[in-house]
Design a protein around this ligand. Structure first.
Ligand code: F0G
Length: 357
């Protein structure tokens, strides 16, 4: 049978599961690696840029990779409930996988600061949604304490099974390209994903098809939430890219290690630059990602333009979440719709006014 049944079964030999493990899966992973065809031309550079479109996972973000593993292992250990703090996507994934497993999800989110689609998902899947008057970092401290004092399994990326699941994205990229990319660009918030990718790339290099090769890891943060650029945690992170509105990343040391071992770097982008790149991708490539995700392509473009990433390179960018997650931000930055009579002549007028010569 060739039906794809999720990343645990696909990469079972590289994940900490046994034949007896009760796999909780929504057929996550196996997401497309789409080559950008118009942006390289726009920036007039000879580079191969691919986007790993993680928005096409079951709940619309890369979090499903980690959550299938974390919930599978929680259920295997007999847990009846999971808990997480979240800027939105982790809560959506936790809610969905808990629903699938028939256990309870408690999700702690910063009140009024998560994108609408993500809130809808957590609510729809029946999670207990706790909105706190505090940011993600405050929520993170609370759920760490609660998982010690209550019978709930913590499924944030400090849970090691999360990174195990997420490392499979690196495997998929190498499997799809038939080689290791030269540079890998991705957003950095809580810093679990850059750590997981590095784990996956190094595993494939040491004991897999990558022949000792690994990419240079390039991590990008929002300027108002850029602890790695400042060199210390930020108390009041702010950015339109609410997914990465994080000041005290939990995987700090692992992310620094990924940067240093790969010869990579961190950089930062303003909210305006993030939104402009989200629009650029949507309008020029037909790929709709959420604001936080676009920062990976913003980084690639800047570093290719400057020559930091040389021409001739193969560059992969992770688009971590789907654009539909955050309809408010999308609509706020788009041109207005046209109100028109239900009349052929009226619509023809609009067509004529808007046709390219
Ligand atoms: N992009 C998106 C869309 C995210 O949701 C996140 C993190 C990141 C990037 C950053 O990844 O934390 O591994 O460095 N979202 C978490 C959440 C924090 O709660 O959904 P990271």
């Amino acid at each position: 049978m060739s039906r794809y049944t999720g990343l645990i079964e696909h990469y079972i030999d590289r994940l900490p599961v046994t034949d007896a493990t009760p796999v909780i899966s929504l057929a996550e992973g196996n997401t497309p690696l789409i080559q950008l065809v118009n942006i390289p031309r726009l920036i007039n550079k000879d580079v191969d840029i691919y986007v790993k479109y993680e928005g096409l996972n079951p709940t619309g973000s890369f979090k499903d990779r980690g959550m299938t593993m974390a919930v599978t292992k929680a259920v295997e250990a007999g847990s009846k409930a999971i808990i997480c703090a979240s800027t939105g996507n982790t809560s959506a994934a936790a809610a969905a996988y808990a629903a699938r497993a028939g256990i309870t999800a408690f999700v702690v989110i910063p009140e009024g600061k998560i994108a609408l689609g993500k809130l809808a998902q957590a609510m729809m899947h029946g999670a207990i949604v706790l909105q706190i008057k505090g940011n993600f970092d405050a929520g993170m401290e609370l759920v760490k304490q609660l998982s010690e004092s209550s019978p709930v399994t913590l499924v944030n990326s400090v849970n090691p099974y999360r990174l195990q699941g997420q490392k499979t994205a690196a495997f998929e990229i190498v499997d799809a390209l038939g080689k290791v990319p030269d540079y890998h660009c991705l957003p950095v918030g809580n810093a679990g994903n850059i750590s997981a990718y590095w784990m996956g790339y190094t595993e494939y290099a040491e004991n897999g098809p990558s022949n000792g090769n690994t990419p240079v890891m390039c991590g990008y943060q929002a300027a108002g939430a850029a602890p790695f650029l400042r060199g210390h945690p930020i108390e009041h992170p702010e950015t339109v890219a609410t997914a990465i509105r994080i000041g005290n990343p939990q995987s700090w040391d692992l992310a620094i290690n990924a940067r240093d071992q790969s010869g990579g770097w961190f950089d930062e982008f303003s909210d305006e630059e993030i939104l402009a790149t989200q629009k650029l991708l949507a309008e020029n490539e037909g790929v709709f990602c959420e604001p936080a995700s676009a920062i990976s392509v913003a980084g690639a473009i800047r570093d290719i333009r400057s020559g930091k990433i040389p021409e001739g390179s193969t560059v992969t960018c992770t688009l971590t979440g789907h654009g539909l997650k955050d309809p408010d931000t999308a609509i706020a930055q788009s041109s207005e719709t046209i109100s028109v009579d239900a009349d052929e002549a009226a619509i023809r007028k609009v067509i004529e006014a808007n046709m390219a010569d």
